[in-house]
Design a protein around this ligand. Structure first.
Ligand code: C2E
Ligand code: CA
Ligand code: CA
Length: 542
């Protein structure tokens, strides 16, 4: 198959207008992808399989193979599949006629299903490990070659994010639904608030609500992706949104609350469900990286909120081309520059040009520009010269739970404000940090959400890592999954004021995944009013 044909297949996949009502999970998009793969390769059947231990399960199937029926969710031992042979490099990724080759002639799977030709390519996780295969098969010999393989590989790569979110099999699906259902039913998610700072007026303009979940996975966006994959995406998003909105009364009165909603959640929610007493204090951040087929429907849904005074933000601007179109079509009040664009912008003229463009577009439509993910003063300065005056990022404050007595103030970096009071506080803090980190036992200063703010050399060495590698990561990622729940439970007890510290034996993970045991002694540091600020963790290797 010619490269141009492959390109146009991807184009037609992208531009086939996505009805918002169908946007309830990656599964539908993968189905559409398989149909494209099947028509373009002219094969009888295409499937996505997932590797689950030593079993291969057919997660999503498109097309049919003569009389034999292959059901979605059916499994075969990995060793009997030709996928395993392909991964192991024992047979080629494409075979025009299985009977022509001694290595493939007797493959049990081919014989059972009457397969004569196949092409099979790996689907890889971000880490590079193979999590499944995209496979096209037919009951007659076919003229498949490396170009067919390249085409399928391109589809597998370009959609690997989606494919990763497709649950492995029925059991997995049930487990995911149970886990997510429990969070919703028992109200187990909490909200962290991150300040959004208006530097021109030297004040906190608002807070973004970010969901935090108990246990694995550590990343909140993975929870939303998992939920979407099993049809609970909208339910989880709305649960998070309601929880966040209910906390609005605890935020300082002159600040707004920014919540995240996908278009699918937005079109299905009744505005009265989310509307706070004062709707002008609510901002909806629209998160959507894919193309939106039906802007009319989306605008209509947004107007129901806008009518009441709610403001609209386009999230992650610059992260994909879709965001430019969102800005033009939706005329948002706020445009948020994606963190991937702001980070390191002072070193990168291309990103500066991109923000210049977004800034221009925002000015034309009267939108305010917010830059997220600002960590470095040099990036802050660069963004300011590009017309950004509102910022969100670790430089100003990490997402943090709402203490009973109000929010900790955002730290306005000393070099931007430079009042003597701020400077002296920073000096004190850094002295304290130096003292803690030079302790004789491995030590870390850990933020309330588990992010390791500072890590001593000894701690890093204990885990076979560098301090740079560990700083900014969450301890959840470095903890053995079986010990995580207990750790998080202790942590919660401290945050809720039921304890001032804890001691537990736990396993950390080294870079190669091997566990290493230690006694963890964590102490919560509180401010004068008793609100938790951070943890100091000492680790005694066992
Ligand atoms: P997002 O909406 O783009 O949120 C910003 C993310 O950037 C947050 O990650 C925040 O913690 C992180 N961040 C903020 N400042 C910095 C910084 O200076 N440096 C770095 N490295 N990161 C920074 P988080 O909390 O892990 O959330 C990830 C994503 O999960 C969010 O991305 C959002 O798409 C999704 N999400 C989180 N909570 C919710 C929710 O309640 N509803 C929905 N629909 N999505 C949510
Ligand atoms: Ca956001
Ligand atoms: Ca973002």
């Amino acid at each position: 198959m010619a490269g141009a044909a492959a390109d146009s297949a991807v184009m037609s996949l992208g531009s086939s207008d996505t009805d918002l009502a169908d946007l309830d999970g990656p599964e539908d998009l993968v189905r559409r992808l398989l149909e494209v793969a099947r028509t373009r390769t002219e094969m009888d059947m295409v499937w996505v399989s997932r590797i689950n231990g030593d079993v291969l399960s057919l997660a999503i199937v498109s097309g049919a193979l003569g009389d034999s029926t292959i059901l979605e969710g059916s499994t075969i031992p990995l060793k009997d599949s030709f996928c395993a042979q392909v991964i192991g490099g024992r047979i080629a990724s494409w075979v025009p006629d299985v009977r022509a080759l001694p290595e493939t002639r007797d493959l049990p799977m081919a014989a059972q299903l009457g397969i004569r030709a196949f092409v099979s390519v790996p689907i890889k996780a971000a880490t590079g490990s193979v999590i499944g295969m995209l496979t096209a098969v037919s009951t007659d010999p076919r003229d498949v070659d490396e170009r067919t393989r390249d085409f399928l590989q391109m589809l597998a790569d370009s959609a690997s994010d989606l494919l990763r979110d497709v649950p492995i099999d029925g059991d997995d699906r049930r487990r995911l639904r149970d886990r997510i259902g429990r969070v919703i039913d028992h109200d187990l998610l909490t909200i962290a608030f991150q300040p959004i700072v208006d530097l021109e007026h030297r004040r906190v303009a608002g807070y973004e609500a970010l969901s935090r979940f108990p246990g694995e996975p550590a990343r909140p966006d993975q929870w939303f992706a998992d939920a979407a994959a099993v049809g609970l995406g909208v339910a989880l998003e709305l649960h998070a949104a309601r929880t966040a909105v209910s906390a609005l009364t605890n935020l300082p009165p002159d600040t707004y609350l920014s919540i995240n909603l996908s278009p699918a959640a937005l079109v299905s929610v009744e505005p009265s469900e989310l509307m706070p007493t004062d709707p002008t204090r609510l901002v909806l951040e629209l998160t959507e990286h894919a193309r939106v087929g039906d802007y009319e429907q989306l605008r209509h849904a947004l107007d129901r909120f806008r009518g009441a005074g709610v403001r609209i933000a386009v999230d992650d601007a610059g992260a994909g081309f879709a965001s430019f179109r969102h800005i033009l079509e939706l005329e948002p009040d706020i445009v948020k520059v994606d963190l991937a664009i702001s980070q390191g912008i002072h070193r990168d003229p291309a990103r500066q040009a991109l923000v210049g463009g977004i800034s221009e577009l925002a000015r034309h439509s009267g939108a305010t520009l917010v830059a997220e993910g600002v960590e470095e003063p040099a990036d802050l300065d660069r963004l300011a010269t590009l017309g950004v005056s509102i910022f969100q990022g670790y430089l100003f404050g990490r997402p943090a739970p709402l203490p009973s007595n109000g929010l900790p103030e955002a730290a306005i970096p000393a070099h931007t404000i430079g009042t003597p009071a701020h400077r002296s506080r920073r000096v004190m803090e850094s002295r304290f940090e130096t003292a803690v980190l030079s302790a004789a036992v491995p030590t870390a200063i850990v933020d309330l959400d588990g992010t390791m703010r500072s890590v001593s050399d000894r701690f890093a060495a204990f885990l076979g890592r560098t301090t740079a590698e560990m700083t900014g990561r969450r301890f959840q990622e470095l903890t053995h999954p079986e010990d995580l729940d207990a750790d998080v439970e202790h942590l919660r007890a401290c945050l809720e004021g039921r304890a001032d510290g804890y001691r537990m034996t736990k396993r950390y993970l080294r870079p190669d995944g091997s566990p290493v045991s230690a006694d963890l002694i964590a102490t919560v540091v509180r401010d004068r009013d008793g609100a938790p600020l951070y943890f100091v963790s000492h680790v005694l290797p066992l």
